[in-house]
Design a protein around this ligand. Structure first.
Ligand SMILES: [Zn+2]
Length: 103
C-alpha cells in the first residue's frame, strides 16, 4: 500500500484512510510524526471537492423541481457527494502544508 510523504522532511506520514480525513487546506489536518508540521490535502483536491459539492447542489435543485418523492434522494445525494470527496482524497493528490493561520 502506498504511503504518502511529508513535503518538509520526505518521511512517510500515513496511508489512504488517514489522508482522506486530513481535511482541506484551511483545516488543522494531520501532524507529521517526524517533524510535527501540519499537513492537509492539496490545492487540486480543494478544486475537485468544490466541483463535487457544486454538482451535488445542482442535482439537489433538479431533485426538488422534477422528482415527486425527493426526501430520500436528498439525503442520498449528500452521502454520495461526501463519499466521493473522501474517495478522491484517499487515492489522488499529495499531502501539502496546511495554510491555516494560527493567531
Ligand atoms: Zn515531516
Amino acid at each position: 500500500m502506498k504511503k504518502f510523504k511529508c513535503p518538509y522532511c520526505k518521511g512517510e506520514v500515513c496511508g489512504h484512510l488517514k489522508k482522506s480525513f486530513a481535511g482541506s487546506l484551511k483545516s488543522k489536518g494531520i501532524k507529521c510524526p517526524h517533524c510535527s508540521k501540519r499537513l492537509t490535502n492539496g490545492t487540486v483536491s480543494a478544486y475537485v471537492n468544490a466541483g463535487i459539492w457544486t454538482l451535488a447542489g445542482l442535482l439537489e435543485i433538479g431533485n426538488f423541481l422534477f422528482v415527486e418523492d425527493y426526501g430520500m434522494n436528498f439525503v442520498l445525494l449528500l452521502i454520495y457527494a461526501f463519499v466521493l470527496c473522501r474517495l478522491y482524497d484517499a487515492f489522488f493528490g499529495e499531502l501539502e502544508p496546511s495554510m491555516r493561520l494560527e493567531y
